[in-house]
Design a protein. Structure first.
Length: 193
């Protein structure tokens, strides 16, 4: 019997009516049964400052790092700002990629799945490519398929921001299935070491 996979999800958008945060909530509904998705709000994380880090991680940052440390996998929903990821997401990843006193980097090596929604026509493809490039530094295995690039997203959610588009729901479901499968493989391998 396989152990359940615990996924930590976060959105690169802080807007109350964020399509990417809504995509994360849809992922919670579509995650394979028996697994869990915890959604973390990045809004309280301060701007990265190495002086703060060397004096001890701020409480909000330590909470994020603790949640990453215990997660089996990570799910990131990113909008596209200026052909890249938003600053809030880059900031969170900067905090998550630094070692603690024991040289532990909580993001390092965690399986990651990426998705994104935009009202525009490119579906966050450029932001996702930049994000994949950044995750090379922390040696994260990334789910490559399917790519969840939700273009024209305003037409795929209802007024309450529930994902109603069947094709998109299928892509998200398949992405999560592949993330859980990859995380289970990594979890088994680390248990054997």
């Amino acid at each position: 019997m396989t152990q359940p996979i615990h996924v930590l999800g976060f959105s690169g958008s802080l807007r109350q009516a964020s399509l990417n945060s809504a995509l994360l909530r849809a992922a919670d509904e579509l995650l394979p049964e028996g697994n869990t998705l915890e959604i973390f709000d990045l809004s309280a994380i301060p701007l990265y400052n190495d002086d703060l880090r060397t004096h001890g991680y701020p409480v909000e940052v330590q909470q994020f790092r603790d949640r990453l440390r215990v997660a089996d996998a990570v799910l990131i929903a990113t909008p596209e700002y200026n052909y890249s990821i938003p600053g809030v997401l880059k900031n969170a990843l900067d905090w998550a990629s630094r070692p603690n006193a024991d040289k532990v980097v909580p993001l390092k090596g965690k399986p990651v799945a990426i998705m994104g929604a935009t009202p525009g026509m490119f579906g966050t493809v450029r932001a996702q490519m930049h994000l994949r490039q950044m995750l090379v530094y922390t040696d994260n295995p990334i789910v490559n398929q399917p790519q969840v690039l939700v273009a024209g997203a305003k037409d795929k959610f209802d007024a309450d921001l529930h994902l109603t588009d069947d094709a998109t729901r299928g892509f998200v479901r398949d992405l999560l299935h592949n993330l859980v499968k990859l995380a289970a493989l990594y979890k088994r391998e680390s248990a054997q070491v």
